[in-house]
Design a protein. Structure first.
Length: 209
């Protein structure tokens, strides 16, 4: 592979990754939130908002990747030829799988970098402060472009929904995260609160403290 061909391959893969970030934004904002539970993708996503420990099964993620490939690869082949289309699709699906890992880790693991800190603050603000803002999980580019980005500030998290990495053994924010987060409310969730959280989620409302 010559230098020119290698550069073209890299550009194709990067373009595919960039295309995923735009797709991520559009699906999250319009197919998942705007539909308010109409359709499987919206129901699954809003169920995650109602209970942040719930994630769609791996089989659903694999089906989504396969469906995206079936749609994207033929269209890209028509536009740029088979080889570049394969590279573009690899970049797009690879970035999608990276997004899935990153999204889950936001909820299950503490930040390890400045980017991880930003991603958690932005996404948890989306969950607990402004569900119709900050739709981009991997980047805020598209939110900024379309006017849906909020600077999270200090994110207030309902104690019953706090990520496991955020709180200490007393149920308070760990000192290393105190500049970014505050917690309020009780830790437990009874049947009334579970139902209320689901109602709020499907209305695109922030959960009550």
């Amino acid at each position: 592979m010559g230098v020119r061909s290698f550069r073209a391959t890299v550009l194709s893969v990067v373009a595919g990754g960039a295309a995923w970030t735009a797709t991520e934004y559009g699906l999250h904002r319009f197919a998942m939130h705007a539909l308010r539970g109409r359709g499987l993708a919206s129901r699954e996503h809003l169920s995650h908002h109602a209970d942040v420990t719930y994630f769609s099964p791996a089989s659903a993620k694999a089906a989504s990747a396969a469906a995206t490939t079936v749609v994207v690869l033929p269209l890209a082949t028509v536009a740029v030829g088979r080889r570049r289309a394969v590279e573009f699709t690899v970049g797009m699906i690879g970035t999608y799988l990276g997004y899935e890992v990153a999204h889950r880790r936001i909820h299950t693991h503490p930040p390890r970098s400045a980017y991880g800190r930003w991603a958690r603050r932005s996404h948890l603000h989306h969950h607990f402060g402004a569900p119709m803002r900050n739709h981009g999980v991997t980047t805020n580019l598209w939110d900024r472009l379309f006017g849906s980005y909020d600077d999270p500030g200090v994110v207030t998290v309902p104690r019953r929904m706090a990520p496991v990495w955020l709180l200490d053994e007393r149920g308070e924010v760990r000192p290393e995260f105190a500049d970014d987060y505050a917690v309020r409310g009780a830790a437990g969730r009874d049947e009334v609160r579970v139902a209320a959280d689901r109602t709020d989620a499907f209305a695109n409302a922030a959960p009550a403290i």
